[in-house]
Design a protein around this ligand. Structure first.
Ligand SMILES: Nc1nc2c(c(=O)[nH]1)N[C@H]1C(S)=C(S)[C@@H](COP(=O)(O)OP(=O)(O)OC[C@H]3O[C@@H](n4cnc5c(=O)[nH]c(N)nc54)[C@H](O)[C@@H]3O)O[C@H]1N2
Ligand SMILES: Nc1nc2c(c(=O)[nH]1)N[C@H]1C(S)=C(S)[C@@H](COP(=O)(O)OP(=O)(O)OC[C@H]3O[C@@H](n4cnc5c(=O)[nH]c(N)nc54)[C@H](O)[C@@H]3O)O[C@H]1N2
Ligand SMILES: [Mo]
Length: 759
């Protein structure tokens, strides 16, 4: 049964609800991952892949960006990593015959789940103008088509080059080099929708947009605050680090509108004791209202300022700037306003304060719960204030820990995938390659959609990802994409974006992390950077899904040759032949990669420099760590409305749907559900089990609808609701973004309920 995809669609979406478990991982997780792996890959391939995940001579897990420790277990993966591997290493195939049988209009009717379940794409395919289905095309012809459209543009800025975060350092470096030689900084990436708010806030305050802690720091912390993150599902290996910290005496606070099972209790599948009883992780659960975090940290800061001897005055004097102004703003924090904004009680905040004051080494971890709101950047800056006050940056066991999503999203940015590159980066690139990169900024994700919508961008090229499903305002975005002259997707698997095309379209199938990559120069490996700035090699060991696949670096190299021709002095052919030649060039352009080829050969790789972490040096505009003082904001809510956050279930990887269950929340067999607090539900007449339509309200007056959601009474914070992404992206207005970072505010959508009916 290993290779048969499910038949029949639309998928039956009939959610069932059970009591949510209060622990994560353990035996059910191991059993579940093995079952999914064997369905997709068969027994032999399951063993071949799962033993190689995250080993020093193996491949980097295509799941999340959580780092591996120095001591590896034989099975250094988690349930969701196993699912990510199985999705990629599946034995199911999408061949030209499949495309002949399924016109684009048919693909557009299918669910994302069904599309993904069809398997790996085996051949490059082309949708000519006016045709109703994709047909096989040679690689040569495919690159010629792209070259034809790109060279016909009025300006290079009419092209968009999107990157999703699985792309290796080598491929990412080549893609940004190609885009800049071609003449544009239009390099939007998934980071624009993800940790852009973290990058914006951290760059301004500490001088580098990356986290300042290592795994070792987590193990040594006295207090770890996990805010706006669900590690049990999205970074399961982080639970082992939290467990280890806990065993050494750390306290843990989680800040979340939802009680997440992983934070309640973790049953470590690597230890016999963990399998039985598990470890309770949370010491304190602050069930905050959506968007209340800035107010919470502002008040904590006021209370720290007032506590005897709590401020690290030596650190503040020596290393920071802006303290006076910040302290004044913090003084103004108000208990009543904070209790309204957060929905917490005074006693809860006082308990948190006691833990904060008792800790000499504090780390704050966060993810999408903090980054996807209008006021995300000031919220994260307030967390930096919080850490700076007690000198919690640049010493062991303390620091900022934005937990990245995609396994190489951080590395892609380091390699120059950024629409607003630093001038120093471009200078180094230009010097190394003898080119003149454009200096004006390019377009991020939201601005790219606006440019497509307004006819200002005409060619869309995606290195991975699922752009139309991952982005907000689905109807607007899809209409915008259909206006493009050419859409190109470098992909491993089929997804929604292949069905929403420009006038012409190409799908270019590529090798994944698990695939063996052999070029003219021999067997190749690629490199990635994890969430903590560790760079290491990744080597696939499976026979590729088809002999017609090209690697991502090969695709960019051939594209560049087709488009730039003899106008380019860069030896693109050499890059394709031997990736070590790419790394040589990276070593001369990107700081921290000196001697790249030598150092990457070391098992486990190397750590990139991080001035605040390593030497308490803050490369900001003031040369110091900056305190900031923004007005406190939190979302307002009109009567009869709830604030909706759009989040991930346990059985998905972003837009890739592995299955229809969300085990840790007790939801089975369906995804069109909306979680509401029982008291809000009573007030709004939302009976558990009834169906309802969600309507989002935004100041543009447009009503965005998502129909047919089953109501689930769930203990989320009052005034809040939660439903899965990407089904609810249709509700997120394109213009509703975070200030400064322009990240879609997909965790704070004002909704009302219509047409509630029991079935
Ligand atoms: N298995 C699996 N792993 C993944 C992914 C996946 O889809 N599946 N995606 C990867 C990617 S790209 C990313 S970015 C990460 C995402 O990792 P997460 O950020 O953990 O993902 P979300 O499901 O969006 O969860 C957001 C969490 O924030 C909480 N939250 C929402 N609003 C607020 C708020 O206003 N304040 C606070 N304090 N909390 C809030 C939610 O209740 C939820 O627990 O995971 C990565 N890893
Ligand atoms: N409403 C709402 N929207 C969100 C979010 C949210 O929380 N709420 N989260 C946002 C976040 S954090 C992110 S990161 C984005 C994710 O946005 P994307 O990164 O664009 O989306 P993914 O679903 O991760 O992309 C999956 C596709 O990538 C392709 N793929 C997989 N592996 C490879 C590979 O190795 N190479 C290539 N070339 N292709 C590959 C497959 O074809 C697969 O279908 O979504 C964002 N959108
Ligand atoms: Mo992400």
């Amino acid at each position: 049964m290993a290779t048969k995809p499910p038949t029949g669609d639309p998928v039956q979406d009939a959610p069932q609800v059970e009591p949510a478990p209060h622990a994560a991982a353990g035996l059910p997780a191991v059993a579940h991952s093995l079952r999914i792996a064997q369905q997709q890959m068969g027994v032999r391939r399951t063993a071949q892949t799962l033993l190689k995940v995250n080993q020093k001579n193996g491949f980097d897990c295509p799941g999340c960006a959580w780092p591996e420790g120095d001591k590896r277990h034989t099975a250094e993966f988690c349930e969701n990593g196993a699912k990510a591997v199985a999705e990629e290493a599946t034995l199911r195939r999408v061949t030209p015959g499949f495309f002949a049988a399924h016109p684009v209009a048919d693909l557009a009717e299918r669910s994302g789940y069904w599309l993904g379940q069809q398997g790996r794409i085996t051949h490059p395919v082309y949708l000519p103008e006016g045709a109703d289905r994709y047909e096989a095309v040679t690689w040569e012809r495919a690159f010629a088509i792209i070259a034809e459209e790109l060279t016909a543009l009025g300006s290079p800025d009419e092209a968009l080059f999107y990157t999703s975060g699985r792309t290796s350092n080598e491929a990412a470096f080549l893609l940004q080099l190609f885009a800049r030689e071609f003449g544009t900084n239009n390099l939007p990436d998934c980071s624009n929708m993800c940790h852009e708010s973290s990058g914006s806030a951290l760059t301004e305050t500490i001088g580098i947009g990356k986290g300042s802690v290592s795994l070792e720091d987590l193990h040594q912390a006295d207090l770890i605050i996990v805010a706006g993150q669900n590690p049990g599902t999205n970074h399961p290996r982080m639970l082992a680090a939290l467990e280890k910290a806990k065993t050494s005496g750390a306290k843990i606070i989680s800040v979340n509108p939802l009680p997440e099972a992983g934070m309640e209790r973790f049953k470590n599948p690597q230890t016999p004791q963990g399998m039985l009883k598990g470890t309770a992780l949370n010491d304190l659960f602050l069930q905050i209202r959506i968007g209340g975090d800035q107010a919470l940290f502002r008040l904590l800061n006021k209370l720290i300022l007032a506590a005897e001897g709590a401020v690290d005055t030596a650190f503040v004097a020596e290393h920071t700037h802006g303290y006076e102004e910040f302290a004044q703003a913090a003084e103004a924090a108000d208990w009543d306003e904070t209790l309204t904004a957060t929905g917490l009680t005074r006693a809860e905040i006082e308990q948190a304060l006691a833990l904060v004051l008792a800790s000499k080494r504090t780390i704050v971890c966060w993810a999408m719960g903090l980054t996807q709101h209008k006021h995300s950047v000031p919220t994260i800056r307030e967390i930096v204030n919080f850490l700076l006050l007690r000198g919690n940056i640049g010493r062991p066991g303390a620091g900022v820990c934005p937990v990245r999503g995609h396994s190489n999203v951080q590395g892609d940015r380091t390699m120059g995938i950024f629409e607003r590159p630093a001038p120093a980066f471009l200078d180094a690139l230009d010097k190394e390659f003898g080119i003149t990169s454009p200096r004006h900024h390019g377009l991020d994700v939201v601005r790219s959609i606006q440019a497509l919508r307004d006819g200002e961008a005409k060619v869309f090229f995606a290195m991975g990802g699922n752009f139309v499903a991952a982005t907000p305002d689905t109807a607007v975005t899809e209409a915008a994409m259909r206006r493009a002259r050419l859409t190109v997707h470098v992909s491993t698997k089929l997804n929604r974006s292949h069905a929403v095309t420009g006038t012409r379209a190409l799908i270019l199938p590529t090798l994944g992390r698990t695939d063996k990559d052999v070029q003219a120069g021999g067997k190749q490996f690629v490199t990635v950077e994890d969430s903590m700035g560790m760079v290491h090699a990744s080597r696939g060991n499976l026979t590729p899904a088809s002999p017609h696949l090209l690697s991502e670096p090969a695709i960019v190299a051939r594209l560049a040759r087709a488009v730039l021709g003899t106008g380019s002095r860069t030896d693109w052919e050499a890059f394709e032949r031997d990736y070590a030649t790419i790394r040589d060039r990276i070593s001369r352009v990107v700081p921290g990669f000196e001697d790249f080829n030598t150092r990457i050969a070391r098992p486990g790789g190397f750590t990139l420099p991080h001035a605040p972490r390593d030497e308490r040096r803050f490369p900001t505009a003031t040369g110091r760590a900056n305190f900031t003082a923004a007005p406190v904001e939190y979302p307002g809510l009109p009567d009869g409305r709830l604030l909706l956050q759009t989040l991930r279930s346990h059985d998905q990887y972003n837009t890739t749907i592995y299955g229809l269950d969300d085990r840790y929340r007790g939801i089975k067999g369906g995804r069109r559900i909306v979680m509401v607090n029982p008291e809000d539900a009573a007030a709004l007449g939302l009976t558990d089990g009834a169906y309802t339509d969600l309507v989002s309200e935004w100041k543009d007056g447009v009503e965005r609808r998502a129909d047919g959601f089953r109501i689930v009474h769930y203990p989320t914070a009052r005034g809040c609701a939660a439903a899965y992404y990407p089904e609810t992206n249709v509700l997120v207005p394109l213009d509703s973004t975070a200030d400064t970072s322009n990240t879609p505010a997909s965790k704070s959508v004002v909704i009302r309920f219509e047409n509630t009916r029991s079935v």
